[in-house]
Design a binder for this molecule. Structure first.
Ligand code: PHE
Ligand code: ZN
Length: 899
């Protein structure tokens, strides 16, 4: 974009423009500009002295000359006290210069010290209590804790804060008041501890593995913990400990079991063993993201750690298991082998998401997990790929790297990894992984290194595959077919197009694995073994050999298992889809066929004049009925998911712009209502069958949670009427719920009928039962903030006046503001939802830029798909926002949105 000014690198973007000035976009750094550091840091010792209101950080670094010259260390919000080089104090202007976010050690000073070991020492002071950004060292309730990824370490001490600088942190000495911070933790092993004067104490930690600064962590506080162990496959005993605030201690065991399962799984599936004697996890209440893989000291958001049957839903249990796995798996994919630079983020994240998906698939149901993952991809990543933030899984440029922890880097990144597995086979993929570790253990590498390992281990040319890393946008694969009954030849033509995205036009064809099967249109029988077709050209025709003689033109089952992150188009008739929904051997495509039918129904409703009298096609209604009555499918979750219509965010990507989102919401509701009315008796019958007996125990396992899932989907349908009967059913469901899953399901339905007596009582009861548990209170807020009611915005504003609401705690903030922003009500025709965002974003930004940037992105990224009136309203708000003096993080989003 125009007006990029190189001199602004590293400066906070906070210019307040006059009304007439054109705003500059924040400065971007480019992938192609990568340069090695002038020096490496090989060894570090740190002393961290925590006092009330201020913390001193002293560091001693052993430098190693690389390309040489001066040494620009990163630093942000640090008070510099002292700099010494090889024991000699340097003065500003003599040996070093200080810029806003750099401490530059001069080449002269470094040359002078060249003969001996180059030890550089600094002393700084910081104020963790005032750190509301939650990056660097901050204070959260019962503890001090750090978040260093991606660039938080520079807010802790001066450093080469980049992942290709890997150092051994040989000694990290922590000192604090013993009564306030009895627990002192860092990475690696505790090698010393003891008492100091004035009620203070210390602990010294040492990590034998070299690591980049983003994997460093410190925790100091008054915490409770649970302990257990894991014996690795080679017989080493690992001490496992999970810490949390004292009141949360009884909610840690699910996390512990998940950790043990992860450790075992990685040994079995990838032959990867844990490499230290200690593995600690700390749960913290104030956290920007989900969790963090710091070496041997993971830090987790409490929302992804704490679980008890009365505080966490089945989905929470599964998510916790998945994220505990994810952070554990990072120990190899991320920590032992890390990223050369942040453009390579998907190297560790895409791969680790793929690994956690596989873990969850093995722990629960593979079929169900695949559906869940694709649902997330379509609802979160497809809109991103089709909006102003669209970027390849390996971005080419960024202003704030925090803005690139995206569904594209993570979830599409995982799909790209999955395609290697599809192309190379499971064994071939494993060979590639083994070679990757053999070559790169202990190093900071690139996505190209990963691809080379896959290629070399399998003797395959994967050069075209690089385009998945280079080109943004969701490709569309269009299939057409021909059937020659005479010769019995079925031919399938696949065509691909990769859409233009901001800054990227005229793309090249991708290498796309398309898994296909063929079904007999009469019997639904499979006509050939399922096959992976490789589409590498713009268009290609494949002749498929049938194993059996079909009764007529076969029905193709395309993109089985969602074998590539693309949109697949084929002119299916409703009958084809209904056949696939009933008979496909691929469980993913059975679900997919129902989704296609569901989308058709909603989009047809969307197009009709009078939505309120819309009737979906009979084929769809019959298929729904069959599913409600289905007693053959043993995984009840598959039935539940088949009954859920595509999300609005997914439908937004399928409808033809310009889209009125309020109308789309009405259309989806209309289809739900018709289903609920026509199938009421069947649904009610099934619901009753699934209702647990009074004396039935609440169990958390796959089958029980699937049973609850289906029953709760049925409950939601049975409540669409919003009448007295619905309120009564919900009220009863709520009162008889034995665990959080059922309670929350009923509570959410009740929030849609807020004026009913049952709802009023539940709203009080739920909060009282929460008994101060923050995660439960978040659910209480979120259910109300996403209620399907006309006056949602005033209700949300009222929620924000509640004494439990806070702008400072990201979970609480998200449970109200972010939840509202992604609701259909956000798009109120009068623009009041947009005004609300305009008011909130700068307020949040002043406290926490990362969270504000995400909020701005979530609010406005679909604006181009909307109708003209809304587009204009949003553009006005964006123009206002760009004058609001936002942080670099938020400014990058706001400027991309307008580009
Ligand atoms: N690296 C973390 C993960 O994916 C995510 C994270 C990024 C957490 C940045 C905090 C800050 O597991
Ligand atoms: Zn990760």
């Amino acid at each position: 974009s125009a007006g990029i000014c190189r001199r602004r690198v590293g400066r906070r973007y906070n210019t307040v423009a006059t009304a007439t000035a054109t705003l500059e976009a924040p400065t971007e750094i480019l992938r192609k500009d990568y340069q090695q550091p002038s020096f490496f840091i090989r060894e570090v010792t740190l002393t961290v002295r925590i006092f009330d209101g201020r913390t001193e950080v002293a560091s001693r670094m052993l430098l190693e000359k690389n390309t040489g010259g001066s040494l620009p260390l990163d630093g942000e919000d640090l008070k510099l006290k002292k700099v010494l080089l090889c024991g000699k104090e340097l003065k500003e202007g003599e040996g070093y210069t200080l810029e806003k976010e750099k401490l530059i050690i001069s080449a002269d000073a470094l040359e002078a010290g060249d003969s001996t070991d180059l030890w550089l020492e600094t002393e700084v002071e910081i104020e963790p209590e005032k750190n509301t950004q939650l990056s660097g060292l901050y204070f959260s309730g019962s503890m001090y804790c750090t978040q260093m990824e991606a660039e938080g370490f520079r807010r802790f001490t001066y450093y080469l804060d980049r992942p290709d600088v890997m150092a051994k942190f040989t000694s990290v000495r922590l000192e604090a008041d013993e009564s306030k911070c009895p627990i002192l933790l860092s990475n690696g092993n505790r090698i010393d501890s003891g008492k100091l004067e004035e009620g203070r104490h210390f602990a010294v930690w040492s990590d034998p593995f070299a690591k980049p600064s983003y994997l460093f962590a410190v925790v100091a506080g008054d915490l409770a913990s649970i302990q257990d162990k894991f014996i690795t496959k080679s017989g080493r005993e690992v001490h496992l400990e999970i810490f949390a605030a004292k009141e949360d201690k009884d909610q840690l065991w699910h996390a512990m079991r998940s950790l043990q399962n992860s450790m075992k799984w990685d040994e079995e599936r990838f032959g990867l063993e844990y490499d230290l004697d200690i593995y600690n996890i700390v749960a913290v209440k104030d956290f920007n993201m989900g969790a963090m893989e710091n070496k041997s000291l993971n830090v987790f958001n409490t929302s992804l750690t704490l679980a008890r049957e009365d505080t966490a839903t089945d989905d929470d249990y599964e998510r916790i298991e998945g994220v505990i796995g994810h952070e554990y798996f990072h120990n190899w994919t991320g920590n032992r082998v890390t990223c050369r630079d942040w453009f390579q983020l998907t190297l560790k994240e895409g791969l680790t998401v793929y690994r956690d998906q596989e873990f969850s698939a093995d722990m629960g149901s593979r079929a169900r997990k695949r559906i869940e993952d694709v649902r997330i991809l379509r609802a979160a990543q497809f809109p991103e790929d089709n909006g102003p933030m669209s970027h390849p899984i390996r971005p080419e440029k960024y202003a704030a790297i925090d803005n690139f922890y995206t569904a594209t880097v993570y979830n599409k990144g995982a799909e790209v990894i999955r395609m290697y597995e599809t192309l190379l086979g499971r064994d071939g993929f494993r060979k590639g992984m083994d070679l990757y570790f053999e070559r790169h253990d202990g190093n900071a590498v690139t996505c190209d290194d990963f691809r080379s390992a896959m290629q070399d281990a399998n003797g395959r040319d994967l050069s075209q595959f690089e385009r998945w890393y280079l080109q943004a946008g969701t490709p569309t694969v269009t299939a057409t077919d021909a059937w020659d009954a005479e010769t019995g030849t079925y031919s399938l033509t696949l065509k691909q197009t990769v859409p233009d995205t901001p800054g990227q036009m005229d793309k090249l064809p991708m290498q796309i694995p398309v898994r296909v099967g063929l079904l007999d249109r009469e019997s639904g029988k499979e006509l050939m073994r399922d096959t992976v077709l490789e589409l590498c050209e713009e268009s290609k025709t494949f002749e498929l050999k049938l194993d059996e003689t079909p009764s007529g033109r076969p029905v193709p089952s395309l993109l089985r298992g969602f074998s590539a992150p693309v949109k697949l188009e084929y002119d299916y008739s409703d009958e084809d889809l209904s056949l696939l929904a009933g008979f496909d051997t691929d469980s993913f495509n059975r679900w997919e066929s129902m989704q296609r039918l569901g989308s058709k129904a909603v989009l047809d409703a969307f197009k009709t004049e009078d939505i309120d009298s819309f009737q979906p096609d009979a084929t769809f209604m019959d298929a729904m009925k069959r599913i409600v009555q289905d007693k053959v499918t043993d995984d009840l979750s598959l039935i539940a998911y088949a009954l859920i219509l595509p999300t609005e965010s997914t439908l937004m990507q399928q409808a033809k712009p310009p889209i009125d989102p309020t109308r789309l919401h009405e259309a989806r509701n209309r289809v739900r209502k018709v289903i609920a009315t026509e199938l009421e008796d069947d649904m009610r019958k099934r619901y009753d069958e699934l209702t647990p007996k009074d004396d039935e125990k609440y169990v958390i396992d796959g089958p029980s949670s699937s049973q609850r899932r289906l029953r709760n989907v049925l409950l939601a349908y049975l409540c669409t009427s919003g009448d007295a009967k619905a309120a009564e059913l919900c009220g009863k469901h709520f009162k008889t719920a034995k665990g959080m899953t059922d309670k929350l399901a009923a509570f959410s339905c009740l929030c849609n009928i807020p004026d009913s007596q049952e709802a009023k009582e539940a709203i009080e009861q739920f909060l009282a039962d929460a008994n101060g548990d923050a995660n439960v209170i978040d659910k209480w807020f979120a259910s109300q903030a996403r209620a399907d009611v006309d006056d949602l915005l005033p209700r949300v504003k009222k929620l924000m006046e509640h004494p439990e609401f806070s702008l400072k705690n990201p979970n609480r903030l998200r449970s109200v503001v972010s939840v509202f922003i992604s609701s259909p009500q956000f798009h109120l025709p009068d623009g009041s939802g947009y005004d609300f965002a305009l008011e909130m974003i700068p307020k949040v930004d002043a406290l926490n830029p990362q969270v504000a940037a995400r909020m701005a992105n979530g609010a406005f990224r679909t604006w181009r798909l909307l109708d003209e009136k809304r587009q204009k309203m949003i553009l006005d708000r964006l123009a206002d926002l760009s004058k609001a003096g936002l942080s670099k993080d938020a400014a990058e989003i706001v400027s991309k949105m307008q580009a």
